[in-house]
Design a protein around this ligand. Structure first.
Ligand code: RB5
Length: 366
């Protein structure tokens, strides 16, 4: 087992004692991340984040962090996604933090623990395994929350940007980014990405309890609470995503919005807009594969709002930061879902690195 250990100035002495205590132990490798003196004050945060990142990254199996109380280290390390840091003050708590919580970082308070207790805590924590069983469900809930929270950031005004960076989506995105991908494969892959994104965009659909009879017993189970949905592709590239989305939510109603760019003003102008009659009652997924300047997406959202639409999510494959800002400036309430947020727009308004013109590549018109 590989352990990373770190402390601030307040934890330095105890850290050194722990390192000596563990030194030469069979099957244990200990790497010291500092600090190297108790004379110079330093910030526990820096050490906690370094050790936390390395443990989360898989460079080591576990980490031990020591500061004055153990609290600063615990709080800071727990900000790193994948770290489950537990501050322990006796061997019972240390054992439980492994058995029930599967803690991968132990934090200790050098100013509140005597040396004997600290060593008991370390030994117990290192020797104790996670019990699994019912505790897996609980730790997995933490993990699931953490992953979803880290992929989303709020604009502070009600809307969110959610990056759906699932490995399958990332893999497929690379296929459509490749300029040598043929039209057929491009079109099919766009539809597949759109299908996968449905998992994310429908995450908050309300559920209701229903009665179900399994072969074993009657039970309560969940079903979608009959939410009304609408899918609205922006013509024409949005059509490429529509089939994929409808595969998973086939009962959604479909609207269409057509916009062209005025050659003089470059402003988007409506040439077609047909939405479901009861659009104001529906959760609306507006499809536009490339969120570039954001002009057409923002204009399409305005059109939908003018016709009564209220709960709108913009679903794109690739977004540029410029487009996200434009849409959120005009419509701060809208959630934006993207599979990737790219670097910037070039002087022609194309997303970099992007994938070129999605419409041309879906329909083979270039
Ligand atoms: C340092 O004085 C002290 O604040 C630090 O070691 C730690 O106890 C913070 O939580």
């Amino acid at each position: 087992m590989k352990i990373l250990i770190g402390s601030d100035h307040a934890g330095y002495e105890l850290k050194q004692k722990i390192v000596s205590h563990l030194k030469g132990r069979e099957g244990l490798e200990v790497e010291d991340f500092g600090t190297d003196t108790s004379e110079v004050s330093c910030d526990y945060t820096d050490i906690a984040l370094q050790v936390g990142r390395s443990v989360a990254h898989g460079d080591a199996d576990r980490g031990i962090l020591v500061c004055g109380t153990g609290l600063g280290m615990e709080i800071a390390a727990n900000k790193v996604s994948g770290v489950y840091a537990a501050g322990c003050w006796n061997k019972e708590v240390a054992a439980l933090s492994r058995q029930h919580n599967n803690s991968n970082v132990l934090t200790l308070g050098a100013r509140v623990l005597d040396e004997k207790t600290a060593m008991e805590v370390v030994d117990t924590w290192l020797a104790t395994e996670f019990e699994g069983g019912r505790h897996i469900r609980r730790t997995q809930k933490i993990c699931a929350y953490e992953r979803s929270a880290n992929r989303a950031f709020n604009n502070g005004q009600g809307g969110q940007v959610v990056i759906f960076d699932h490995p399958l989506v990332q893999h497929k995105l690379s296929i459509i980014r490749d300029k040598n991908t043929p039209v057929k494969t491009f079109r099919e892959t766009v539809a597949e990405i759109a299908s996968l994104m449905v998992y994310e965009i429908t995450r908050d659909l309300p559920l209701k309890m229903i009665d179900v009879e399994t072969p074993v017993t009657r039970t309560k189970a969940y079903a979608i609470a009959g939410k009304k949905l609408a899918v609205v592709p922006i013509l024409r590239a949005g059509l490429g995503m529509m089939e994929g989305v409808l595969n998973l939510i086939p009962n959604a109603k479909i609207g269409h919005i057509g916009l062209y760019r005025d050659p003089q003003t470059l402003a988007p102008v409506e040439y077609y807009c047909k939405l479901p009659g009861d659009i104001e009652e529906r959760d609306i997924f507006l499809l536009d594969p490339m969120l570039a300047t954001g002009g057409s997406s923002a204009a399409a959202i305005s059109l939908i709002k003018k016709r009564g639409g209220r709960k709108i999510s913009l679903v794109c494959m690739i977004g540029a930061p410029e487009g996200v800002s434009v849409v959120h400036e005009a419509h701060p309430d809208v959630n934006i879902f993207v599979a990737a947020l790219d670097s910037h727009l070039n002087e022609h308004g194309y997303i970099v690195p992007g994938l070129g013109d999605a419409g041309d590549r879906i329909f083979g018109t270039r």
